[in-house]
Each structure stands twice: as structure tokens, then as C-alpha cells.
Design a protein around this ligand. Structure first.
Ligand code: GDG
Length: 464
């Protein structure tokens, strides 16, 4: 097997047991550790003289660089997170477009390619991750790099009517055709992309399923990202302080727990979730004092304006719920903005009666899979899952809800808390089958196998 070179926007060298709060990091870490190679990207620093730095941990070289302030503002804070992220999550209302930011985005992609180029060997397989780096392969080809290059999109690919809101959508999506393989989380995402290519730019679907557009032939595929279920369960079991995680009534009986863990992001549906919880306590008062909701939401991208707004909104909603309903011995909602150790999270999942995962849009949502994998098979909790999370395609035995339906979600909470053991077990077993069938190893192995095995008939005029 050839050496693996992974490129993602953010790279943080990972020490065992200390995993950053981001699905991509969790997924790529194990992939690289097994095959060895390079993980290349931004180190999170912003300074005047961006220097390359290499840190070797085990068989992985973490090669990172800082960004200067302009690059950070235009590429990261601007086009990636204020244009692409909201639009790909169907939040056109929160998106802005600025031509300079787009140019900065293209420039940083090209600059990263030039930095990576001297480190590449001819038979390296290059795996690019996510929306920050869509034009990476095109910049590689222009620079004469001939290696196999695959791209995986961690977030949803929106319907063509949404994506055409981005003024240079044609130019941007053309760059995806320079990959040998473009991977998506769900069939729905892949079909949306295929629709765009066939309808917007008159690309064609070949007999082997590959696409030809802009004179280039390339493959697409569906690779739902997963978790390592045994590892999740092990972590959950190893957390010894579990009794500190949940509250008790004054009579000593343990309160039932509803748990949610998300990066603080408007795509995760936190405001709608808080409102649904409030409606649940209003409409089903018999649960009051017997239940508590723990929402862990580490802040992210806090210098992007829309993220400051959502944070303020959540503080106000949380204050409203607790101010109105708390008692001296009962706090209905625990809203925590800090990040927690992974072991603590898995321990908390295993003790919570309900996992409440209700994004407005999500590429996959690993928390949904982790919650299920952390459960005790003899007495599992119930997953409530948004139909707009990629995970809902596989976890159809969850209680599927529409996050825009406040009362529907309140009813699902009531139903979950009352669900008999036999039904909980039945749903859990179905979900575990799906989680095992598409675990993290399968995601990585399938993607890399396909990337290495497809016959590539790329047109090369543009590269000459
Ligand atoms: C993107 C896509 C897609 C969260 N808080 C803490 C913490 N986490 C961990 C969770 C989970 C991961 O971070 C979050 O993954 P998600 O999948 O839920 O969400 P995104 O960060 O938005 O990831 C998403 C994913 O990429 C992978 O392709 O599923 O759709 O948006 O593993 O447990 N981990 C620790 N402390 C925390 O406080 N240690």
C-alpha cells in the first residue's frame, strides 16, 4: 500500500486520549495511524511569518503552517466559514459573498499545494478533506502533481438550487472534477452533486457510473463516516466517576438524563432543541424534577459573527428555561460551553436515558453513532435523531424527528423516556448492526480502496 498524505484545513498533532472536538479529526486520526504518512494543514496560528513545522508522532509526520492575517480572514473566516459553510447547510440567509475572500480562498489553496509539493513522493496517495480545500486538486494538477488525489466532503452537498447562490459556483465546482474520486457522506449528497454536474454543466454519467465534465473523467462514491464501536464502549466503561455525571432527587433516586453534545454551531439546531425541551416540560409536567438535560457545546469559530449571535441566543434561551422552571433542588438544563475529555463524554452517553441529536443539517453526525455505541446492551437508552442528519439514513431505528417541529420533538422526548425495555433493545440492536457495518475502518478502507483501484482516464490538456 502506498504512503498516505492527508490534507485538511486544521491539523493538531494528536496524543493518545486527547482528541480535538471535531468529527474530521476523530476520523482521520485512526486512518493515518494505521497506514503512516503525512498530515498536512494549518496549525491554527495566525502570524506574520508563516513557517512550516514538522512534528513526528509514531508513524505520522504532522506538517503544519500558520496563516497570515489576510489569508486567515479571507480563506478561513471569510469564504470557508461565512460563505461555504452556511450555504452547504442550507442557511442562505446567514451567508455572504465577497469576491476578495473567494480569491483569498483560491490563493491559500494554491499556496498550500506549493508547500506540500516538495514533500511528495510519486506513489503517495493524497486524500483531501472538506470544504476548505475544494480547489486543492486543480492547483495540484496545475503544478504538475500526478498522484492519485481523492476528496471527501464531510458536510452535506446541497441541492443545485441552493449551491448556485454562490456567484462563482461554476468555477468552484469545476475544480472538484480534477479529483480522481469525490466521496460523500450519503447517497442524497452524491445525487445532488451528480444533478449539478449533469444539469448545470451538461456533464455525462458514463456506463461505469463515473462522470465526465469539463473534459475530465472522475468517480464519485458514498462513504458514510463511522465510529469504532468497541472503542467507544470501552471508553464509556472505563470512566469510573460516572456517578458524578448525573443528578439525584432529594429522595436519592437518580434523575433521568437527556444528553446532547455539539460544537456550538447554528447548523446543530440548538435553539430549536432548547425550545423543544421547554415545550416538553410545559406539555408533560409529570416529567418535571425527574429529568435533566445536559447540553455540552464547546464554542467554535467564535470570531465569525453568526457564531456570536447564536451563542447569545442560546444563553438567553437557557436562562429563560432555568429562570422559569428551576427550583432550589432542580436545574432542568445544564448548558456547558467547555470542551470535555472524550472519556467523560462517552461515560455520560452510556448513563443517559436519551441522546437528543437534532441538527437542522449535518453531513453525518458522529455523536449520534457514539451515543448508541456507548449504550449498555442490556438496558440501552433511546436515540432521538433529526431526519436532516446524514446518520438518519443508517440509523432509521432511532426516533426520527423533524427539528423544525417543536411539539413533535417534545412528544419524542416523552415517548423516549417511557419506552419499554424490549422496544429499546430492539431499536438498539438494529442501530448497532448499522454502526458495525459502516464503522470508521470501513469508511477509510472503502474510500482508499476505491481511490486506488479505479481506472483513471483523466483528460490532461489543462495540465500540459
Ligand atoms: C463534521 C460534520 C460529520 C464534541 N465535543 C467534544 C468532543 N466532541 C466530538 C464528538 C464527535 C465530534 O467531536 C463531533 O463530530 P460531529 O460529526 O458530531 O460534528 P462536526 O464537528 O460538525 O463534524 C459532521 C463530521 O465532520 C465527520 O465527517 O459527521 O456532519 O459537520 O466525535 O464526540 N470531543 C471531546 N470533547 C468535547 O467537548 N473530546
Amino acid at each position: 500500500m502506498s504512503r498516505l498524505v492527508v490534507v485538511s484545513n486544521r491539523v493538531a498533532p494528536i496524543k493518545e486520549g486527547k482528541i480535538a472536538a471535531g468529527g474530521l479529526a476523530v476520523g482521520v486520526y485512526d486512518a493515518l495511524r494505521q497506514s503512516g504518512g503525512i498530515w498536512f494543514g494549518w496549525n491554527g496560528e495566525v502570524n506574520k511569518n508563516p513557517q512550516m513545522r514538522t512534528e513526528t508522532v509514531g508513524n505520522v509526520d504532522y506538517v503544519t503552517m500558520a496563516l497570515n492575517k489576510t489569508d486567515y480572514d479571507q480563506y478561513y473566516r471569510g469564504f470557508s466559514n461565512a460563505t461555504l459553510w452556511p450555504i452547504f447547510h442550507y442557511r442562505v440567509d446567514l451567508a455572504r459573498y465577497n469576491r476578495e475572500e473567494y480569491e483569498g480562498y483560491r490563493r491559500v489553496n494554491a499556496m498550500m499545494v506549493e508547500k506540500l509539493k516538495p514533500l511528495l513522493r510519486p506513489d503517495d496517495t493524497i486524500w483531501i478533506h472538506d470544504y476548505h480545500l475544494i480547489p486543492f486538486a486543480e492547483a495540484c494538477r496545475m503544478s504538475g502533481i500526478r498522484n492519485r488525489i481523492g476528496f471527501f466532503l464531510h458536510i452535506p452537498f446541497p441541492a443545485p438550487g441552493i449551491i448556485t447562490v454562490i456567484p462563482p459556483h461554476n468555477e468552484l465546482l469545476k475544480t472538484l472534477c480534477y479529483y480522481d474520486l469525490v466521496g460523500f457522506q450519503t447517497e442524497c449528497d452524491r445525487l445532488a452533486f451528480q444533478d449539478y454536474i449533469t444539469r448545470e454543466v451538461r456533464g455525462v454519467i458514463e456506463r461505469d457510473g463515473s462522470l465526465t465534465a469539463y473534459g475530465r473523467n472522475f468517480h464519485t462514491g458514498v462513504y458514510p463516516i463511522g465510529v469504532v464501536p468497541d472503542n467507544v464502549r470501552q471508553l464509556a466503561n472505563s470512566y469510573r466517576e460516572r456517578r458524578h455525571l448525573v443528578g439525584y432527587n432529594s429522595d436519592g433516586r437518580r434523575r433521568k438524563t437527556i444528553v446532547s453534545v455539539d460544537r456550538l454551531d447554528y447548523s446543530k439546531g440548538l435553539v430549536e432543541r432548547f425550545r423543544a425541551y421547554a415545550a416538553f416540560l410545559e406539555n408533560f409536567p409529570e416529567h418535571r424534577r425527574k429529568v435533566e438535560f445536559i447540553q455540552i457545546a464547546p464554542t467554535s469559530r467564535s470570531d465569525v459573527k453568526t457564531y456570536q449571535t447564536i451563542r447569545r441566543q442560546l444563553e438567553s434561551e437557557a436562562g429563560h428555561i432555568n429562570g422559569r422552571l428551576s427550583d432550589l433542588d432542580w436545574t432542568p438544563l445544564h448548558y456547558l460551553n467547555k470542551s470535555h475529555d472524550r472519556r467523560v463524554l462517552m461515560g455520560l452517553f452510556s448513563r443517559a436515558e436519551v441522546g437528543f441529536v437534532t441538527p437542522l443539517r449535518d453531513g453525518m453526525n458522529l455523536v449520534a453513532k457514539e451515543y448508541v455505541a456507548a449504550q449498555n446492551p442490556d438496558d440501552p437508552g433511546v436515540l432521538i435523531l433529526s431526519r436532516f442528519a446524514g446518520a438518519a439514513q443508517e440509523l432509521s431505528s432511532a426516533l426520527i424527528v423533524n427539528p423544525y417541529d417543536c411539539i413533535g420533538m417534545a412528544e419524542a422526548l416523552d415517548r423516549a423516556l417511557r419506552m419499554p425495555l424490549a422496544e429499546r433493545k430492539d431499536r438498539y440492536e438494529h442501530m448497532m448492526q448499522a454502526i458495525r457495518a459502516a464503522d470508521l475502518d470501513t469508511w477509510r478502507d472503502d474510500f482508499l480502496r476505491d481511490l486506488q483501484s479505479f481506472t483513471i482516464h483523466q483528460a490532461v490538456e489543462a495540465e500540459k
